[in-house]
Ligand binder design. Sequence first.
Ligand SMILES: NC(=O)c1ccc[n+]([C@@H]2O[C@H](COP(=O)([O-])OP(=O)(O)OC[C@H]3O[C@@H](n4cnc5c(N)ncnc54)[C@H](O)[C@@H]3O)[C@@H](O)[C@H]2O)c1
Length: 359
Amino acid sequence: MERKVKIGIIGLGQRGMATVERYFAIHDAEIIAVSDLLEQNTERARQLLLRHGRTNISVHYGEHSWRSLCQNPEIDLVLICTDWSSHTRMAVNAMQQGKDVAIEVPAATSVEECWQLVHTTHDTGRRCTMLENCCYDTFHLGIMQMKAQGLFGEINYCEGAYIHDLRSDQGWMSYTVSDHMGNPYPTHGLGPACQLLDINQTDHLVSLVSMSATNKINNSLIRTAQGRSILLQFDERTPRPYSRMQTLCATKAYVQKYPLPTLQIDGEPLLTGKDAERRVESYHDAQTRQLIEEGRRLEVPNLMNYIMDRRLIAAVLHGKPFDISVYDAALWSSVTELSARSVQQGSKPVDIPDFTQSN
Ligand SMILES: NC(=O)c1ccc[n+]([C@@H]2O[C@H](COP(=O)([O-])OP(=O)(O)OC[C@H]3O[C@@H](n4cnc5c(N)ncnc54)[C@H](O)[C@@H]3O)[C@@H](O)[C@H]2O)c1
């Protein structure tokens, strides 16, 4: 019989329930345990799983019930889909109970929590990743292949962002964001930029300066050890159309995804819109192509989530490294605190720790 990764999921709100739905399409994984603060949420998840023929779900509700989920010896992987404040606490405990963990974004809210994640992977030998789905954007995956083939020359500068008009949102995220001085949600923009610059591999982030306008638009400028830079934006409070920028400037090319997909390679005609997308996506490797075809056949609502989930489960099943390491999760998440610190100090430069040097 095919081996399946057994999953326990904590947090069954908007993202958690969508995650439960998503995993019906993942043939080599099954959710066997669910946890939420509220019984009505665990019941909703249990009913959904039941409608898909999943009986014997282990159900845990109440504030501390997630701890008993983490003790379930059958679980291989714990998915954490709660609000930001509890991510690290839950991940640390799950790893101490012998589980691999995948945490929704951001994985942590302070530098101290980022270190806790790194140290716990070392202490327990378990693995921790962050569910940064924007790293699986099909445009980004094509760009990564073009970069690997040397089509851009040297990439010297990237832009990333989370620009999403959420003014009508009244949930915990809007309260947390309004109390935050810097960029509280950096990873959607920063993750793809760091992958393009080989951060935590051949280059490292070393410092940032950050500035917030009164309407909470935040701009952070990040410098790397090799003198390259990233502009990272956060704006949830203006009518600006959705954007993650996904922009790079290289010695031989300029590429952006938002607002208009654009590809300019030296000596070639400028491509925009669908032409740029088609060209970029023609570079997908065989595995990405296969996952996209599968996702389309299964009519999944969002291909980047499908690619992320399939690759995560394959890594757990075959003991392969996670695409996004604990060092990436820690580094990208640390900008929540570091950007706020720079803003509080009048936009002074703030050092960024190297989480790969953790002894
Ligand atoms: N990657 C993406 O595109 C994306 C999109 C949306 C949300 N998210 C992330 O997903 C996470 C959840 O966001 P959301 O919008 O679903 O929030 P939500 O408020 O809808 O859901 C959070 C859930 O966690 C539960 N919870 C809180 N404390 C708990 C505890 N101690 N034990 C068990 N359950 C507990 C709550 O009861 C709630 O049901 C956040 O990190 C958010 O940033 C990511």
